[in-house]
Design a protein around this ligand. Structure first.
Ligand SMILES: Cc1cc2nc3c(=O)[nH]c(=O)nc-3n(C[C@H](O)[C@H](O)[C@H](O)COP(=O)(O)OP(=O)(O)OC[C@H]3O[C@@H](n4cnc5c(N)ncnc54)[C@H](O)[C@@H]3O)c2cc1C
Length: 395
């Protein structure tokens, strides 16, 4: 029986741990947190992410916990349309992070050895010896070690030190306002879409319908606010005051949503991106060696909301290539790197193009964007969304 150590229990680590265990591997999952917990708030999952979940055998319950996001346009802070939704355009579903987390945890099965409170700070990759990681007290070795330890991956810092996680120049906040205190919205104004100001962005989507749990068992209104600059060090209550000030005067219902948000709903994230991307995602030693997966391999700005989707794609691809192990594990690792690198580079490229439009700095560039938006949106934004959502697992 082949063995794997997976470091990091985010979306990517949970997905690959369950997939390998279901394929008959003996898996140890290590995480530095004191317990396994969900990502904050909610996630948009595009068709590529749903295809990856299906390929991992986790697609069946998704219809019950996710809500289709209606096609929506882009507006200015005063509510004027910059672009209307393109007919037939691809749209994501929105899912509460805790619902997705429950699905991934249920997919782990009973046989995985889960160890929390373990912070990996040693990497052993000597040629010919099995790959191993340690926390200073214990060492874990395995036929394959999956580094799913996020944007600031310690393992990547040892294996691909030239690839650094740097700030993407934005701080972002996410929140889900539960239905019981969400503001009432007019029936003719479905909640979806994006509003762009100079250096500021706001997006919102409904998790199910008011008055019922809806499609999600944890319904409510999900919103994301992105602001140019560094993460704010103040406590959440002060951050919320700042958000209400920055977005004051923006079209309805943004002010109502921020007013209904409580500090405990709020989760701030410092946008991180890898510069440059790692040249390789597989590092052979011993039997299979190490692979990078998820943000550890390709953290990028969240303009296309694809980070978790790509982590699921990585997991589905790796699972497909390694199968039940066998003689060609090292070849499978090289194939993983060869297949994932161009796909990741494609998504990064599209993210950069979209970022130049969604997040220009300064009044001049913002005004230029507004003038050109009607022509740019279909050419760049819709094309980018279509391109990155169009992925199928390798069979
Ligand atoms: C504002 C915002 C909105 C976003 N919206 C979306 C969206 O709508 N859709 C989407 O697909 N993506 C979205 N993303 C991106 C997405 O959240 C991430 O890409 C995804 O969560 C990455 O998952 P991961 O498993 O690779 O890493 P992580 O979720 O970061 O998990 C890494 C895990 O590794 C553990 N760890 C770290 N270091 C160590 C160590 N040394 N030892 C042991 N354990 C360690 C951590 O505790 C953590 O549990 C968004 C990101 C932001 C910032």
């Amino acid at each position: 029986m082949y063995t794997a150590v997976v470091v990091g229990a985010g979306v990517g680590g949970l997905a690959i741990s369950g997939a390998l265990a279901r394929a008959g591997w003996r898996v140890s999952l290590l995480d530095q947190s004191d317990r396994l917990r969900a990502d904050p708030a909610a996630l948009l999952l595009w068709p590529n992410a749903l295809a990856a979940l299906k390929s991992l055998g986790l697609g069946h319950g998704m219809g019950e916990i996710s809500t289709q996001v209606p096609a929506a346009g882009v507006r200015r802070p005063d509510g004027q349309w910059l672009s209307r939704p393109a007919p037939g355009g691809v749209t994501p579903v929105v899912v509460h992070s805790e619902d997705l987390h429950d699905t991934l945890i249920a997919g782990l099965g009973a046989r995985i050895d889960i160890q929390t409170g373990i912070r990996v700070r040693q990497v052993h990759n000597r040629p010919g010896e099995r790959a191993a990681v340690g926390d200073g007290k214990n060492v874990w070795d395995a036929d394959l070690i999956v580094a799913a330890d996020g944007a600031d991956s310690f393992i990547r810092s040892r294996l691909a030190p030239q690839s650094l996680a740097v700030s993407s120049g934005y701080a972002a906040w996410r929140a889900v306002i539960p239905w019981y205190r969400a503001p009432k919205l007019p029936d003719d104004a479905p909640l979806a879409g994006e509003t762009l100001g100079g250096g500021y962005r706001f997006q919102a989507a409904s998790l199910g319908n008011r008055g019922s749990a809806g499609a999600s068992s944890r319904g409510g209104i999900y919103w994301t606010a992105t602001v140019a600059g560094a993460a704010r060090p103040e406590p959440p209550a002060t951050q919320l005051t700042l958000l209400r000030r920055w977005f004051a005067g923006w079209h309805a219902p943004i002010g109502d949503l921020l007013a209904a948000t409580e500090p405990d709903d709020l989760s701030q994230q410092d946008g991180r991106q890898l510069r440059p991307l790692p040249a390789e995602l597989a590092f052979p030693c011993g039997v299979g060696g190490f692979v990078l997966l998820g943000d550890a391999a390709h953290a990028m700005p969240h303009h296309l909301t694809q980070g978790a989707g790509l982590a699921l794609e990585d997991a589905a691809t790796l699972r497909m290539l390694v199968g039940t192990g066998g003689a060609g594990l090292d070849a499978a690792m090289s194939a993983y790197s060869a297949q994932r690198r161009p796909r990741i580079a494609q998504v990064v490229r599209q993210t950069q193009r979209v970022g130049a439009i969604l997040a220009p700095r300064g009044a001049l560039l913002t005004r230029a964007r507004e003038r050109a938006f009607g022509a740019l949106a279909p050419r760049v934004l819709d094309k980018a969304a279509d391109l990155v959502a169009d992925w199928t697992p390798p069979y």
